[in-house]
Design a protein around this ligand. Structure first.
Ligand code: NAP
Length: 296
């Protein structure tokens, strides 16, 4: 999947920046569940076809336009998921600037990006590592820290679900921040991996149907957790609410919802009821009677 020519992505040519993605593109592009959803045809957000897929890329700046000030040739950079989303909440306009959705993505040799659509790659990471930050890493970070008044604190209890990209980042961020982590997974081998990353407790959600109740029992006084990285969708949402796993007494639960699942009309749920197809990203107080959705 190679782009035959470098083309502009923004009308302002002076502020364009050409980047040379690594000569081995797949080694510096990471895949997300979203990329699968696009291919399978149930991605609910803006799409242009044909499109070069994948949102997350790492590369080297090969040339800069005359107005570029943020980067120079040779800089190592990462793509920004929504090129037009520089700050604040996503809106109708910025949500239509997704890389790999509307703007050609990372599985190409060369790409042309506005300088605002790239960020410097952390110098301690290689390209492959860097490319994983863009979607999954940032989602996990936003889940734990995006709601400033409820951001993760040392000693907080965090529940993560499964061993996908978002959750693996969340486990590591939470442990680095001094939090306690309860992680769910469907396999013993992945459970060991979670423990090696620092998870304090691992529950196999295939074996323990009422994993929400079990997780709650693990918390001090059985009070529940302060943060939930909710990525499972309708079934896991229901389990969280049934178990009252969220620690409501402290009124400080941050629930991050990251669903992108094919909707199942026979299973109405919070997520499918909240947008035509799915809710993708929310940071909200679970103690609110009605979650405030911010789908992107
Ligand atoms: N809103 C955003 O900004 C944003 C960004 C990125 C991703 N997302 C969404 O977040 C979700 C996760 O994304 P991802 O890229 O991390 O996905 P992924 O890498 O494809 O994650 C797959 C993992 O999810 C786990 N899983 C599946 N069903 C589960 C269940 N019922 N209970 C617990 N874990 C379950 C499984 O873990 P085990 O194999 O360990 O069981 C599976 O390996 C997707 O729906 C995605 O669309 C949203």
């Amino acid at each position: 999947m190679f782009l035959s020519s470098v083309r502009s992505l923004k009308p302002n040519h002076n502020s364009q920046l050409s980047t040379h993605l690594t000569p081995h593109p797949v080694q510096a592009a990471s895949l997300n569940y979203r990329d699968l959803a696009i291919v399978k045809g149930f991605y609910p957000f803006a799409l242009r076809t044909p499109i070069v897929p994948t949102s997350d890329g790492a590369g080297v700046v090969e040339a800069v336009g005359s107005g570029v000030t943020r980067f120079q040739k040779g800089d190592k950079v990462l793509t920004l998921f929504n090129q037009g989303h520089l700050a604040g909440s996503l809106d109708y306009t910025t949500v239509q600037t997704g890389v790999g959705g509307v703007i050609d993505g990372a599985l190409q040799q060369y790409g042309a990006f506005n300088e605002q659509g790239l960020v410097a790659m952390p110098s301690n990471l290689d390209f492959l590592q860097g490319s994983t930050l863009v979607c999954a890493g940032l989602t996990a970070w936003n889940g734990l820290y995006g709601l400033e008044s409820r951001s993760l604190k040392p000693g907080d209890w965090v529940l993560t679900q499964g061993t996908g990209g978002v959750s693996m980042f969340a486990v590591q961020f939470a442990k680095a921040a001094g939090a306690k982590v309860i992680a769910t997974t469907s396999s013993a081998a992945k459970g060991e991996k979670l423990k090696s990353l620092g998870a304090d407790h691992v529950i196999n959600y295939k074996e323990v149907e009422n994993w929400g109740e079990e997780a709650k029992k693990l918390t001090p006084g059985g009070r529940g957790v302060q943060h939930i990285l909710e990525v499972g969708g309708p079934n896991t949402m229901v389990r969280i609410y049934v178990s009252r796993l969220a620690n409501r007494s402290k009124d400080d639960v941050s629930l991050t919802i990251s669903h992108l699942r094919r909707p199942n009309p026979s299973k109405p749920s919070l997520s499918t009821a909240s947008s035509p197809l799915s809710v993708s990203s929310v940071a909200s107080r679970a103690s609110s009677s009605l979650l405030s959705w911010t789908a992107w």
